[in-house]
Each structure stands twice: as structure tokens, then as C-alpha cells.
Design a protein around this ligand. Structure first.
Ligand code: SAH
Length: 206
């Protein structure tokens, strides 16, 4: 699927309700999601993985992008029930019911049995609650067989040391300015957008 079409499709998904500020809810912009996920696909095609796990899925934009590019299966984990309803609608609108599983729960409660090749996530960055990204990193560490794709604040200095401690090779390889919804504008120094970066974590080859 071409980048333009992907961005348009993702931008038209039902929107994240963005009601719970404490959960740092945020909807990744369709353009940014398309560029990120398509860039991943060019290096390592989603067709070749067994599935992706989208942690803190929101409306499912990241997992759905992976499915559109050929991932056979996606598991979406989202704590907020109301958001899960939007997610369900989102998946249905794409006709992806058969390739998806939704888990309405806390990423901290995921057990060792949920494992796929790839985890993709734009977790809470910990700007409301310090270290809110921590349970996401721990869950990704358990759930990802080979690769973690992470979107985080550009200045997040803890990712590389965390990756090294946990046996991942970390590569911060893309950057994006994320447009912010008006309600969240106070989070950013630059009006209307916030500076993000994308990390690609890979388990070393054995
Ligand atoms: N992945 C989506 C949403 C990112 S916002 C996107 O990129 O657009 C982060 C999401 O994580 C929110 O929807 C929030 O409700 C959810 N969330 C926050 N804490 C969580 C937790 N502990 N377990 C599962 N989901 C959580």
C-alpha cells in the first residue's frame, strides 16, 4: 500500500476519545503513523512476522497500519473500556476482525504466554505520572520475541540504557513532530506539536 493511501486510511479511523488525561491518552497522527510503520515495513516486511502486539492500542492505529502492510495477526491491549469500544469499531471498519484480538486490560497483567515477533507502541511518556512508560517497557520485554518498536519523547534518555540492561540492541532511527490536540497543548514547549522519536529495539542474533 502506498504511503499516501496508508496515511489517509489511518487518518479516517474512528478517533480516540482522549478523555482520561491521567492515562496520557493520545492519538498518533495518521501521517506520522503511516510514515513510521511503512518505513519499518521497508526494512523488515510485516508479511514475514508471525504477528504484532500493539500495547496501549487506543484506536489501534499502529497495529492496523501493520495489518494493512501485511502482518498476519495483531493483538491490541488497551486498559480503557470506552477506548476498546472505539478500537473494536476501528477494526471492524477495516474488515480485520478475523486477524485481531483485543485484550481490555493493563499491560502489567500480561503473562508470559502472549508472545509475538513484534511489539509496537506509543506508550504514556510519563509526563503526567513519572515512569508511566515503565510497565510498557516491561511488558514489551516479555511479549516481543525479536523486535520492539517504540515511539517516545525525543529527549527520553532512559531508553538506550534500559535496552542495554535488558539485552536489546537499541537504535533511535526516526524523528517526528507530533501534532497535539488543543486540550493537550500545554504539554509541549513548541505550540501545537511535540517532539518525538522512534526506537527500533532488536534482540541480538544468537
Ligand atoms: N497507540 C495509540 C494510543 C496511544 S495513547 C496511538 O498511538 O494513537 C496510550 C494508550 O495507552 C491510551 O489509549 C491509554 O488508555 C492506554 N494505556 C495507558 N496505560 C495503560 C496500561 N497500563 N495498560 C494498557 N493500556 C494503557
Amino acid at each position: 500500500m502506498r504511503m499516501r493511501k496508508l496515511a489517509m486510511t489511518l487518518s479516517q479511523l474512528p478517533r480516540h476519545p482522549l478523555k482520561d488525561a491521567a492515562l496520557e491518552q493520545y492519538g498518533t497522527d495518521g501521517e506520522v503513523a503511516a510514515k513510521w510503520v511503512a518505513s519499518i515495513d521497508m526494512k523488515k516486511p510485516f508479511e514475514e512476522v508471525d504477528g504484532v502486539i500493539d500495547l496501549g492500542a487506543g484506536n489501534g492505529i499502529l497495529g492496523i497500519a501493520a495489518l494493512l502492510l501485511g502482518a498476519p495477526h495483531a493483538v491490541f491491549v488497551e486498559i480503557d473500556y470506552e477506548v476498546c469500544e472505539v478500537l473494536q469499531e476501528s477494526i471492524k471498519s477495516m474488515g480485520f476482525n478475523d486477524r485481531c484480538r483485543i485484550i481490555n486490560g493493563d499491560v502489567s497483567d500480561l503473562g508470559d504466554e502472549l508472545v509475538h515477533d513484534v511489539v509496537i507502541m506509543n506508550p504514556p511518556w510519563g509526563r503526567q505520572t513519572p515512569k508511566a512508560d515503565r510497565p510498557f517497557l516491561l511488558a514489551a520485554n516479555r511479549c516481543a520475541r525479536s523486535t520492539i518498536h517504540l515511539l517516545h519523547g525525543r529527549g527520553a534518555a532512559h531508553i538506550d540504557p534500559w535496552a542495554e540492561e535488558n539485552g536489546w540492541i537499541s537504535n533511535r532511527w526516526m524523528e517526528a513532530d507530533l501534532p497535539l490536540p488543543a486540550t493537550y497543548a500545554h504539554h509541549s514547549r513548541k505550540r501545537g506539536s511535540t517532539e518525538a522519536a522512534m526506537w527500533w529495539l532488536e534482540r541480538p542474533a544468537r
